[in-house]
Design a protein. Sequence first.
Length: 164
Amino acid sequence: MSGYRLAQLNVAKLKAPLDSPELKDFVDNLDRINALAEGSPGFEWRLKGEGNDATSLRGFGDDVIVNMSVWRDADALREFVYKSPHLAIMKRRREWFSRMADAYMCLWWVPAGHEPTVAEAHARLEHLRANGPTPESFTFGEAFSAPDAREAAAPFSFKDSCPA
């Protein structure tokens, strides 16, 4: 087993305040989706602020929320993102969030047991925005193997586009 885990970050620019009627369905589903993640095979850690989610953490701007978690490997994260009830919520993101011109999600490898900080995640997202996918920060479309994999830093793709 690898000594590395896959960290993921995604950010979203709110269309309205979290306590607004426009975001009620999103907020009402946070605990359910977070519990689903935590119960998923391969889940290891997720960022939390005040309460049971990270919506109080605004390291990317006052109107931008952050979601960050760590998974055993890319397959475990992919199963949760694309093959669980999480997908139905993700398909509704345009109801709650504004379209972002720049990359809004990234993946990177961390040593097992490491809990990434918001500042670390911000740097990884900025790296992706500036350089495109590299072993330091990448996407599902162009991913890289863990540093200790047989073919370290070998690129691969899930060969599917986001169904949301």
